[in-house]
Design a binder for this molecule. Structure first.
Ligand SMILES: Cc1cc2nc3c(=O)[nH]c(=O)nc-3n(C[C@H](O)[C@H](O)[C@H](O)COP(=O)(O)OP(=O)(O)OC[C@H]3O[C@@H](n4cnc5c(N)ncnc54)[C@H](O)[C@@H]3O)c2cc1C
Length: 424
């Protein structure tokens, strides 16, 4: 068994962590602090590459929401799975840990938390420093190519170029398949499948949506702050809502609202339309009254003026057209009774047809991954595969924008690290 590159790193370690992202560095440091002998293998030349790219290079590292509310945003199955992890390391505890590491954090709108310095690099640096100080041996530029049970309850970790390492415990933290240039190319999915474990088909999430409708693309550049995005879940039929900004692009829709719901569009048989409540601060009855009052005044003013909504004209015109009207310059007096209802419905739920989502290159996270039923949520140990643990985005877990995905990575890593150090 040769060490890749011919170095003098140990060929054996009690715990090997594969993947030096948010989850891997956190778990390795936790296990080492608790007394573990830990070797971390990272395929790219440095750890925390995705941390550096995150949050517009500011790194939205967690949320101000309490743990149970944060967990709920991962859907029913995700919330159930994360209950113990967020109980052990909730968002407030993540901030406290960073404070102990010397990184102050600040709150930002939409329940976000950033480093006070606003530099993702500082987040990466304190995590790496902590891991090294705890005694973690970090080997970068070591792409793992496979894993196999080594007999005697341990694991063999194979690396590209024919090297191998042996360990008693193995923790996989290789992330998902989104933004492959950061090192995450879905390498571990086949390893897990070869162990007969269920991997839910990975698909892009937190990804911009595409639309073939010319009118949608023509709105490119229009952005809305006060808007509610709705979508009917393809499987299950629940109506999902996010009140988050929306941006029209030359491909379709982007911005936090559409991104947060994109996992339901990229799913097999995914949703093919999304509804925008363009007047989410105004009740239907108020809109109706505005139109009726304008009609009572003679109806000579335009629809745009009568409605008095803070909307770009082009968007108001789109809603009018969806209601069968020419545009928002039509006079209120020209509005047939049925059209009034249709116009209000178009404003409260502008139907945007969708073709799908952009690919993994544009996705902030990956939906799908190792099925949660295969993993013990208290320890991140893979059921029936002694000594093997998985945490972070490699699991079938993905949350909305707002620091939730790092929160899940850190919290699942915390439990994995603690359990690994105990020796299972
Ligand atoms: C552009 C962008 C911005 C984001 N911004 C935010 C944000 O602000 N807030 C937030 O909460 N989330 C954000 N995310 C999501 C967040 O980055 C991830 O959810 C989080 O990094 C997952 O952590 P992880 O450790 O599980 O995986 P990763 O951080 O992806 O780490 C996996 C590591 O494993 C390594 N690896 C993969 N295969 C191998 C192999 N074969 N051998 C060895 N090593 C391997 C990779 O190189 C990588 O370093 C963002 C994502 C992107 C792409």
């Amino acid at each position: 068994m040769a060490e890749p590159g011919g170095g003098h790193a140990p060929r054996r370690a009690r715990l090997i962590v594969v993947g030096g992202g948010a989850a891997g560095i956190w778990a390795a440091a936790r296990a080492a602090r608790l007394g573990g002998d830990v070797l971390l293998l990272e395929k790219t030349p440095r750890v925390g590459t995705k941390v550096l790219a995150s949050g517009g290079s500011r790194c939205n590292l967690t949320t101000t929401l309490p743990g149970d509310e944060a967990a709920r945003l991962f859907g029913p199955a995700g919330a159930r799975f994360l209950r113990k992890a967020f109980g052990a390391l909730g968002p407030a505890a993540v901030r406290e840990r960073f404070a102990v590491l010397g990184l102050e954090t600040v709150e930002a709108p939409l329940e976000k938390v950033f480093p006070a310095s606003q530099r993702a690099r500082d987040v990466r640096d304190v995590l790496e420093r902590d891991a090294r100080a705890a005694g973690v041996k970090i080997r970068c530029g070591v792409p793992v190519s496979g894993i196999e049970p080594s007999g005697g309850g341990g694991w063999r970790v194979l690396t590209e170029g024919g090297g191998a390492f042996l360990c008693e415990r193995l923790l996989l933290c290789t992330g998902g398949a989104s933004v492959p240039s950061t090192g995450t190319t879905g390498d571990a999915y086949p390893w897990l499948r070869e162990l007969d474990l269920e991997v839910v088909a990975p698909r892009p999430a937190l990804v911009p949506l595409t639309s073939d409708a010319a009118w949608v693309r023509e709105l490119a550049g229009v952005s809305l702050q006060a808007v509610e995005v709705r979508l009917i879940e393809p499987l299950g039929g629940r109506t999902l809502r996010r009140r988050r900004p929306v941006v029209f692009t030359h491909r379709g829709l982007s911005g936090p609202g559409p991104l947060d719901l994109s996992r339901h569009v990229t799913a097999p048989g995914g949703a093919r339309e999304l509804l925008l409540d363009l007047a989410c601060d105004t009740a239907r009855e108020d809109l109706r009254r505005r139109l009726l009052d304008a009609a009572a005044r003679g109806g000579v003013g335009t629809l745009a003026r009568a409605l008095d909504l803070p909307l770009p004209r082009r968007l108001l015109d789109a809603a009018c057209r969806q209601a069968g009207l020419a545009d928002s310059r039509a006079r209120v007096s020209e509005l047939p009774r049925g059209a009034r209802h249709d116009l209000i419905e178009a404003l409260k739920g502008l139907v945007v047809p969708l073709a799908g989502g952009l690919g993994f290159e544009h996705a902030e996270v990956t939906a799908g991954g190792l099925a949660l039923s295969a993993v013990d949520p208290a320890t991140m140990e893979v059921r029936g595969r002694g000594g093997l643990q998985v945490c972070g985005e490699l699991l079938d877990l993905d949350g909305p924008i707002g620091g939730f995905n790092f929160q899940a990575a850190f919290a699942t890593a915390e439990l994995a690290g603690r359990h690994a150090a105990r020796g299972g």
